[in-house]
Design a protein around this ligand. Sequence first.
Ligand SMILES: O=C(O)[C@H](O)[C@@H](O)[C@H](O)[C@H](O)COP(=O)(O)O
Length: 259
Amino acid sequence: MSAAPQLVVHRDKELMAQAAAARLITKVVDAQAARGHASVVLTGGRNGNGLLAALSSSPAKDAIDWSRLDLWWGDERFLPDGDPERNYTQAREALLDSVPLNPARVHPMPPSDGPYEVDAAAEAYAAELAAAAGPEDHGPVPTFDVLMLGVGPDTHVASLFPELPAVRETERTVVGVHGAPKPPPTRVTLTLPAIRAAREVWLLAAGEDKAGAAAIALSGAGEVQAPAAGAYGRSRTLWLLDAAAASQLPAELYRPAVA
Ligand SMILES: O=C(O)[C@H](O)[C@@H](O)[C@H](O)[C@H](O)COP(=O)(O)O
């Protein structure tokens, strides 16, 4: 488990998206220089897609060798392929369709109109992760360089919602979710053990509606009641917030600059 979470607070959500995109470019470029490739887990939602859109418009984006980038997803809404509400569809629109990725290295979670019902889809994705893991990895999941998570106002991350079965999973790396409080109700999600295989976990929280969730998750809440509290990386856990989302943090965690 990494040390205590690090916090970076930006002026507003637009700057947070731009700065997080720049941070991701640097992280991927460094990983590719060090290991010849990089592995990133994307997240859905406004903050996650905002980061991808900011990256798409960054003049530095082609410092990344897109052909040597592995992309995975932290969760997916279990909908038909191409559905505009799928995280994969939204990531393609925000960035992926405009960069020269190697399709063999892009790993969307299965859609609902494929060969699997949701629990089998989760098993299939777990098998894909296990097949990509090597002897140097920690369990049946590749060691992701960066795993990004949007944070819900109820402190959910990926599709791990407070008190529901998925957040309590300690063995499987991917599970199906039934009855999610955030529509659509049926989803596929990485579990906390899979999330914790990442070198770095970045939690994205911008907007007033995330202030309570950030305060709860960063003030010692348990992971079942506050899943974001259980999301940490092997070497780093980084919260990327804007001032609005940081507005309820205890002073010992974040002291706003005097205006
Ligand atoms: O499928 C999803 O909806 C996302 O993966 C979900 O985990 C999202 O990241 C959070 O709900 C935050 O979403 P916002 O950034 O839109 O608040």
